[in-house]
Design a protein around this ligand. Sequence first.
Ligand code: ADE
Length: 265
Amino acid sequence: MAPPPNEDGTTNQQDSTNDQHPPISTIVIIIAMQTEALPLVNAFELTEDANSLFPKGTPWVRYHGIYKGLNVNIIWPGKDAVLGVDSVGTVSASLVTYAAIQSLQPDLIINAGTAGGFKAKGACIGDVYVASEVAFHDRRIPIPVFDLYGVGLRRGCSTPNLVKELDFKAGKLSTGDSLDMTPQDEASIIANDAVIKDMEGAAVGYVTDLLKVPAIFVKAVTDIVDGDKPTSEEFLQNLSAVTVALGKAVTRVVDYIAGKSVSEL
Ligand code: ADE
C-alpha cells in the first residue's frame, strides 16, 4: 500500500521498501502427528489454547506463543474422535490449513512432517528436505485437463537462501492418502519427479495457493520407499528418532526466518 501523502502532497519514499517486504510476524506450522508436534511445542515453549479458535466439536489443537519476536502457532489436527489416532491425511490437513489461515492471517505457513524417501533419488533415513514443489499421486482422472487438476501441482515459496545457508536437501514432494504405494501411485510419483512422498503436503499447498499465503514444506525421511523393508515397520521404527531431527530442522528454519521478510528467504 502506498504511504499517505504529506500535507504538501509529497510522499515519504524511505519506507517504501519496508512496506513492500515487511518482516514476517505470524507463522503457522501445520503438523499432522502429535509425536512430530511435541518437540517443537517444547522448543518454542508454546502453550495449548484453553479456548479453541476452531469450530466446536473439531479435535483441532493450537499451541502458540512468542519466539524470537515471531508469533508462532502450531496447528495439529488432533485425534480422530472415534478411533483415537492422529488425523493424518489430506482431508484434515486442508481443513486445518483453511481454518488456521482464516483465524490467524499468517504471513507464512510451514508444513512440517515425516515422509518416505526414494533411495534411487538420493534420499536417506533422517534426511531433511525443503520441497520446492508439491503434487498429488493418487488423484487419477484420465480426461484431458482434469488429469492436470488431479495432479494439482503447486510450487512452494521460493527459499534459495534458507536452503543454502541451512544446508537442507531440496526436491519435489508427492502426496497421497496412503502410507503404502501401489504400482499406479509409483508411476505417478515418478511422473511427478518426486524424491519424497507424504500424506499432507499437496493438500496444504492447494489451500495456501488458493488463499495466497506463502508456504514452506519441511519433511524428514522416516522410511525408504524403494528399499526392502515394509514401509509401516520402518516408519514406526524410525519415527521417534526422525522426529527429533525434524524438530531441530524446523527450529533452525524458524530461527532463520526471525527478523526476515518472505522475499529474503
Ligand atoms: N510419512 C512417512 N513415511 C511415509 C510414506 N512412506 N508415505 C507417506 N507418508 C509418509
